[in-house]
Design a protein around this ligand. Structure first.
Ligand SMILES: CCCc1ccc(-c2ccc(S(=O)(=O)CCO)cc2)cc1[C@H]1C[C@H]1c1ccccn1
Length: 240
């Protein structure tokens, strides 16, 4: 297939991010601190600063009944649904369709007082991965979003502060076939979701403000997004 200029970076970043997402939280000595919990959802962060700016890596794990990893990644990746679940989105533009599973976006997020408004340019790639732990187990699906440059959208040219992020959504479907051999239904499936993100806020913002924003917004985002996927898929055939 035609090699897009970003392809080598996409390959490298996807492999790197998937490997990191698959690593557990490890013992608490690993610096991960649980900062939010809601039922099956657990959110961890590490407090890290670069040049005095908060860039706390975030890792969330969640198990959601009735949906597959392919469905979760489909609704996360596809632009046509994003305004339905991404509440902090003010504007989203698809800058380039690199392939049917790789897009480039420009997003302007709503201003979070007192920080200035932020925007981001990133490539987004969706991929099915072989389940190398369990040969005949269901596939693993992932979406990786990674900041990139776009000459038509230079950083900090307009009113927004450009942020830089790497996000990995890794989804593992679980199927528990019914004992009586009846056909599979959504009651027999669930999805283990791992969401990892590192966001560099671009310009200085008070650490206390950023940490408050993340503490409020990330749990809300993952709960809202997974509820959205359940609602969108409940009366549709299962997409494995
Ligand atoms: C000062 C930093 C502000 C800030 C940076 C970054 C993001 C952000 C961008 C993209 C993605 S995503 O996972 O790629 C889904 C596609 O949109 C998640 C989060 C959001 C905020 C702001 C709006 C706040 C927020 C934080 C966390 C989750 C949702 N919203």
């Amino acid at each position: 297939a035609f090699q897009h200029r970003l392809w080598p970076e996409i390959e490298k970043t996807v492999k790197q991010q998937v490997a990191m997402a698959r690593m557990g939280i490890g013992d608490c000595g690993s610096g991960w601190q649980l900062f939010a919990e809601d039922g099956e959802m657990k959110m961890y962060r590490r407090e890290e600063e670069v040049d005095g700016m908060v860039v706390d890596p975030l890792k969330a794990v969640h198990v959601v009944k009735g949906i597959t990893g392919h469905e979760v990644c489909h609704y996360f990746f596809s632009p046509q649904y994003r305004y339905d679940w991404e509440t902090t989105l003010e504007q989203m533009t698809v800058l380039e369709t690199i392939s049917d599973d790789t897009l480039m976006f420009h997003q302007i997020h709503k201003r979070i007082w007192p920080a200035s408004q932020r925007d981001v340019v990133f490539w987004s790639h969706m991929r099915k991965l072989p389940n190398d732990q369990d040969r005949d187990g269901p596939d693993i699906w992932t979406v990786v979003n990674n900041s990139t440059e776009d000459p038509d959208h230079p950083a900090n040219a307009g009113k927004c502060v450009r942020i830089f992020l790497t996000v990995c959504l890794l989804c593992q479907t679980r199927v528990i076939p019914p004992k009586d051999g009846t056909p599979l239904s959504r009651d027999n499936i669930s999805c283990k979701i791992t969401y990892c993100s590192v966001v560099n806020p671009g310009g200085w913002a008070p650490a206390s403000v950023l940490r408050a924003v993340y503490k409020r917004e990330y749990p809300k985002f993952l709960k809202r997004f997974t509820a959205y996927v359940k609602n969108q898929t409940k009366s549709k055939p299962i997409m494995y």
